[in-house]
Ligand binder design. Structure first.
Ligand SMILES: [Fe+2]
Length: 409
C-alpha cells in the first residue's frame, strides 16, 4: 500500500499546501470516512497489541487525565526479545483495568508495523519533509491525555476512528528542537506561552490535521472512543550542518591547535578573539566548499527512515515480485495458495483446472487470472481485482477455495 503527499492532502493541492501552510500555519483538512480507513483499524490495533513481546513500557504507554501511569501498574517484569534484556512488558489484564478507568493508550514508533501505517510515513518522507515517526493515540470520551504543549517536529495527525476535539492555540515556540533547553519548560510556562485559543476543531474519521513545528495544541476525545495516528516529521536543520562542519573541521590543523592560553591580560584576550575570528572565517569558507555541500546535500536528500522492502520468495526467484496495491492493509483476507504446481489447461474451447476433488472449468479470463495467482504464495482479493479486473475476483476466489486450492488466512 502506498500513498503520496498529493493523496494525503487531497482535495487540497500540494502547491497550495506549501504556499499557505507548510511551516507557516495549521491546517485542518476534512476527508471522507474512508480516506484513512486502510491506515489503521480496531482489528489491527488489537492484533498489534496481541504481539505481546513486541511491546515495553516505553513503546506502549498509558496516560490518565494528563498523568502517565507508572509502568509497574500495567506491566510485568519480563525478558526482552534481545539477548536476555529485562524490561517492563504490558500485560492485558492490567491494561484492561486502566482502560476501564478511562486511561489513554499511546503506541509509540509504529510507522513500519503495518503497510497502512507505513503508507502515510512514506507519503511524508517521499515529499522530502524529513523522517516520519508515528505514534497511535487511543482515548475515551472526555479524558484528556495531554495538557497544552508543542512538539519539536511537525505534526501530521490522521483520525482513523471516532472523534476528537483539538484546541489549537495562537502561540508558537520558535522552531524548538529535541534538546533539554526546550524539554525542561514547566507546564506553567507552556500555559502562558500558548496564548489565546485560535481554533477548536473536531477531527472526524478521514480528517487530517497539520501543525507546524512548535505550535501549541491539546486534544480531547469526543466520541466514546477515538483513535488518531500522529506522524512526527523531523526535518534536518542547521544543527545538522554544525555536526557536519565539526566532522570536517577535524581535518583542519587550525581547529586542532590549542586556543591561546588565558592569563587575565588584555593581550591574551585579544589573541583569543583574533583566533575565534579566524576560525569563524574558516567555517564560512568550509560552508562554500563543494565537498562539504555535497555531503550536506546527500544528508538532506537521504533524511528518511529505512523501512520495508522485503520480498523473500521473489529474491530467491521462487515467485514473481509481490504486488503493491492500494488496499493491502492487512485487514482484507489473505488467501494462501496451497495447490503447488496447479495450472489451468485448455481442452478444446474450454479451460480446466485439475484439483484434488476433480476438474474445475473456467472462463478464459478466470483461467488467465488463476494462472497468475497460483504462481504466488498468497494473494488478497484487492490484488487479484487490480491485476485481473475481468476475472470476477470474489467468485473466482470462492471457486478456488471450494476446490481446496486456496485457504483464507
Ligand atoms: Fe502533540
Amino acid at each position: 500500500m502506498t500513498m503520496t503527499l498529493a493523496q494525503l492532502l487531497a482535495p487540497m493541492s500540494v502547491e497550495q499546501f506549501f504556499a499557505e501552510h507548510h511551516d507557516k500555519s495549521p491546517l485542518h483538512l476534512k476527508g471522507d470516512a474512508g480516506k484513512f480507513a486502510a491506515v489503521l483499524s480496531w482489528r489491527q490495533i488489537n492484533r498489534l497489541l496481541d504481539m505481546t513481546h513486541a511491546w515495553s513500557s516505553h513503546s506502549l504507554q498509558m496516560v490518565l487525565d494528563g498523568k502517565p501511569i507508572p509502568p509497574e501498574q500495567y506491566c510485568i517484569r519480563a525478558t526482552g526479545r534481545d539477548a536476555n534484556t529485562q524490561l517492563m512488558q504490558p500485560v492485558s489484564a492490567r491494561v484492561r483495568e486502566w482502560v476501564a478507568k478511562g486511561a489513554s493508550i499511546v503506541m509509540n514508533d509504529v510507522d513500519s508495523l503495518t503497510p497502512g501505517l507505513a503508507s502515510v510515513s512514506s507519503a511524508i518522507e517521499g515529499a522530502g519533509l524529513g523522517k516520519a515517526q508515528a505514534n497511535v493515540y487511543i482515548s475515551w470520551q472526555s479524558h484528556k491525555a495531554f495538557h497544552a504543549h508543542y512538539d519539536t517536529h511537525e505534526v501530521w495527525a490522521v483520525q482513523v476512528e471516532g472523534e476528537k476535539y483539538w484546541n489549537i492555540w495562537e502561540g508558537r515556540a520558535e522552531w524548538p528542537i529535541s534538546h533539554p533547553v526546550f524539554r525542561s519548560q514547566t507546564q506553567e510556562q507552556h500555559e502562558q506561552a500558548k496564548g489565546k485559543l485560535r481554533a477548536k476543531i473536531l477531527m472526524k474519521p478521514g480528517d487530517l490535521l497539520y501543525l507546524p513545528r512548535g505550535w501549541y495544541h491539546d486534544a480531547l476525545a469526543e466520541a466514546p472512543a477515538s483513535v488518531h495516528v500522529a506522524y512526527g516529521a523531523h526535518a534536518p536543520n542547521g544543527m545538522d550542518l554544525m555536526t557536519i562542519l565539526a566532522e570536517r573541521a577535524l581535518y583542519e590543523v587550525s581547529f586542532r591547535q590549542a586556543l591561546p592560553r588565558q592569563d587575565g591580560t588584555s593581550a591574551a584576550r585579544f589573541a583569543l578573539t583574533q583566533r575565534a575570528g579566524q576560525l569563524g572565517l574558516r567555517i564560512a569558507e568550509l560552508c562554500k566548499d563543494p565537498k562539504v555541500m555535497e555531503v550536506l546535500e546527500r544528508f538532506v536528500a537521504d533524511y528518511r527512515f529505512q523501512r520495508g522492502g522485503n520480498d523473500l520468495m521473489a529474491w530467491r526467484g521462487l515467485a514473481p515480485p509481490s504486488v503493491d496495491t492500494e488496499d493491502s492493509s492487512g485487514d482484507a483476507s489473505t488467501f494462501r495458495i496451497v495447490a503447488g504446481g496447479a495450472k489451468p489447461v485448455r481442452r478444446g474451447a474450454e479451460w480446466v483446472l485439475k484439483t484434488p476433488s476433480g476438474t474445475l472449468s473456467l472462463t478464459p479470463a478466470e483461467a488467465e487470472a488463476a494462472q497468475w495467482l497460483l504462481a504466488r504464495p498468497d494473494i488478497t482479493e484487492a490484488e487479484l481485482q487490480k491485476a485481473h479486473p475481468q476475472a470476477g475476483a470474489p467468485a473466482l476466489l470462492a471457486k478456488l477455495r471450494d476446490a481446496a486450492l486456496l485457504v483464507a488466512t
